[in-house]
Write a protein that binds this ligand. Structure first.
Ligand SMILES: [Zn+2]
Ligand SMILES: [Zn+2]
Length: 325
């Protein structure tokens, strides 16, 4: 696979500020810079379930008041939540999904599928997804909108799109909470292991680069404004989680290539929903997609759509109900 290479603007593209770096424009990175934080992902998930006041979210996520209020502010800044003043008879403000965050529904569907495949628990096995349009239990899957065929991540070709520029990105990230999302109290957290991975900005960025064919430490380092010790740590984590398999390509000093495993490749539909969301909602200059994707089997531009396997209908927000055990 080939990644979009537009050439770097000038020498090492460090800006005046040491905390700002430039990376190749990518809708996945843009989406992750907005919502790719453990707590943001958990909060959005709770709001999808109808938990929409501060105390409800506090109990569901187990996060501190400070972090929760910080993330709620941020989600409003990026237009993913709308705060509503207390309604008659209620004491508290509530937070609501917007057109932008509703479109993360497709990501949630793919996230649940991946989690159910790789982190089976009796609770996850007992979850039922019902599609209101056909009234049947279903498994969501992603198909190509042009040929209706299944999407194999290895059959996608990438080329620079109209928005293939460089993004200025902050090196510093928000204060992280050391809490693991695998321990959040909420029963609604049906893809907590995925959130644990994707909710760390670097881990998610590294996986995204792997889909584009990157496999070596230096390749990742060139593309990401990340410190070397953090990069090593995240590569180790991804190996331990079974997303990457490390293969030595040099001894003394030993150096490894990191290749996606089947479990890693299976994250592709989730990342494609993020990319499509980023194309649509995270394009500040309205230049168009930074990257064009082509589905090789049909040779058409790739647009992945998440559908019901019972009726083949599109899974729109509010047409899916989830029953927990
Ligand atoms: Zn196709
Ligand atoms: Zn259906």
């Amino acid at each position: 696979m080939v990644s979009a290479n537009t050439g770097r603007p000038g020498a090492d593209v460090n800006s005046d500020s040491p905390s700002v770096l430039y990376t190749r424009a990518s809708s996945i990175n843009r989406a992750l810079d907005q919502i790719g934080d453990k707590w943001c992902l958990l909060i959005i998930q709770e709001v999808f379930w109808g938990i929409n006041n501060f105390n409800g979210m506090l109990n569901a996520t187990g996060v501190s008041r400070g972090v929760l209020s910080d993330r709620l502010k941020w989600l409003q800044v990026i237009g993913c939540l709308r705060k509503r003043a207390p309604q008659a008879g209620h004491r508290f403000s509530s937070y609501h999904l917007t057109q932008k965050s509703l479109r993360l529904h497709a990501s949630a569907m793919m996230a649940i599928e991946w989690e159910r495949k790789y982190y089976r628990t009796p609770q996850l096995d007992a979850i039922q997804l019902i599609h209101a349009d056909c009234g049947k239990a279903f498994t969501p899957w992603m198909r190509c909108a042009s040929c209706n065929g299944a999407i194999n991540a290895r059959e996608v070709r990438y080329s620079p799109g109209p928005g293939a520029t460089w993004d200025q990105r902050q090196k510093k990230v928000r204060r992280r909470s050391s809490l693991s999302s695998s321990r959040v109290p909420s029963q609604h957290s049906v893809y907590r292991n995925l959130i644990n991975l994707v909710g760390d900005r670097w881990t998610a960025n590294i996986i995204a680069l792997a889909f584009h064919g990157h496999s070596r430490f230096d390749d990742f380092l060139k593309e990401l404004p990340v410190a070397t010790n953090i990069l090593s740590d995240r590569l180790k984590l991804l190996e331990n989680e079974g997303i990457f398999a490390a293969q030595a390509y040099q001894q003394r000093p030993r150096r490894c290539e990191y290749h996606l495993t089947a479990k890693g490749w299976d994250l592709f539909p989730y990342f494609l929903t993020l990319l499509q969301w980023g194309d649509r909602w995270c394009d500040p200059q309205d230049l168009g997609p930074p990257m064009n994707l082509m589905h090789r089997p049909c040779a058409k531009p790739l647009s992945g759509e998440v559908v019901c396997n019972s009726c083949d209908g599109l899974l729109a927000p509010f047409t899916v109900s989830i029953t927990l055990a």
